[in-house]
Ligand binder design. Structure first.
Ligand code: TXA
Ligand code: MG
Length: 331
């Protein structure tokens, strides 16, 4: 497709989006986390179009987005702990991996042939769209595979504009990080991907500690190098070097900050929520600032800091490794 996607404000886009989805086309939509590239999860052609537009490895399963619990339970089998988390946090930035129902109407391409399914109930435009459509939507982040997730309609267009027809513009996304992914196993809970819902909030409701770094299949898409800007990133920088841009955090600057080629502060006051919502947009802005490297100040690991540090270390990881070498075995 050589046309450039049309950007339509969320308030005017519902009928257009429904018509395209009904024809098995894909549509970029806002969610509270990041923009998603949505297609009918029951339609193999629609799912194939998602992979094609993103240039994504086929083995990587997609999150099925639902509008209510009844829809979720037709797709996945909920154990009591997963159900408790859904009750507490849906709609919201939490994805639950549960066993796939045997008769679930999900195309095998969307679940990558696994016997589990990742389910999420988003807020806002996406929720209304799914309810009206009446079927689950597969929706990975609306970026070229391996690149930074889009938190604005403009970022979607920059990445996928020539490959899709419609971008629904809901403004800047509120959370700014992808959803947290967890899976209940044997009465415990595994953190498969830190994200927009802080681990300690989940633990408070679950009443059990999240297991991290458990070997075995995690989120298959969690490659080490991911969310990558073109410019290299240097984490936990103690000083800015010649020719570097600075991604700052908090009120105190590291040495040499005055000579930074460009500078953005994730949160002047050191608020991790604000930092999360700024992270991808600021990485994108510093990426095109013409610097040789982006020096990144230390971001604390508490709360959403875990997910922010996860995305930063992926963005800083060496490129050019094979998928197997890049795939991590620890969540
Ligand atoms: O916030 C989000 O989650 C966004 C918005 C659009 O909803 N979506 C998103 O999707 O980040 P995506 O496809 O970029 O990331 C989904 C992750 C991948 O790492 C994938 O491997 C993992 O979820 N995943 C999907 N199904 C899985 C399963 N059955 N078991 C384990 N991991 C799974
Ligand atoms: Mg993604």
């Amino acid at each position: 497709m050589n046309t450039i996607a049309e950007i339509v404000p969320a308030g005017d886009a519902m009928e257009r989006a429904l018509a395209l989805l009904g024809k098995g086309e894909v549509v970029a939509i806002p969610t509270e986390t990041v923009y998603g590239l949505a297609g009918d999860a029951t339609n193999g052609e629609a799912v194939a179009r998602i992979f094609e537009a993103k240039g994504r490895p086929r083995f990587n399963p997609l999150i099925a987005h639902v509008s209510d619990l009844a829809m979720a339970e037709r797709i996945g089998r909920f154990d009591p702990l997963s159900r408790k988390l859904a009750d507490a946090f849906w709609p919201g930035p939490l994805t639950l991996v549960v066993p796939l129902q045997h008769d679930a109407d999900i195309h095998p391409l969307a679940s990558a042939g696994l016997d589990t399914i990742a389910l999420r109930m988003p807020q806002g435009f996406g929720a209304t769209l799914i309810a009206r459509f009446g079927r689950p939507l597969s929706a990975p982040s609306a970026n070229t595979s391996g690149r930074i997730s889009p938190t604005s309609a403009a970022a979607v267009t920059a990445s996928l504009g020539e490959k899709i027809r419609l971008v629904v513009d809901g403004g800047a996304t509120e959370v700014g990080l992808e959803s947290t992914i967890v899976r209940a196993v044997d009465g415990g809970l595994r953190l498969l991907r830190p994200g927009g819902m802080a681990a300690d909030e989940i633990e408070r409701v679950a009443g059990v500690a999240l297991q991290r770094g458990v070997a075995g299949i995690q989120a298959p898409g969690m490659m080490v190098s991911h969310y990558a800007p073109n410019t290299g990133m240097r984490l936990d920088a103690k000083a800015v070097r010649e020719g570097e841009a600075l991604l700052a955090f908090g009120p105190k600057r590291i040495a040499g900050w005055q000579k930074a080629a460009a500078q953005l502060n994730l949160s002047e006051k050191g608020d991790l929520r604000e930092a999360a919502s700024n992270l991808f947009a600021f990485m994108r802005q510093l990426d095109v600032a013409g610097a040789e490297m982006i020096a990144v100040e230390t971001v604390p690991m508490s709360g959403l800091g875990e997910a922010i540090n996860d995305r930063l270390s992926r963005a800083a990881a060496p490129r050019g490794l094979s998928d197997d070498e890049r795939r991590i075995s620890h969540g």
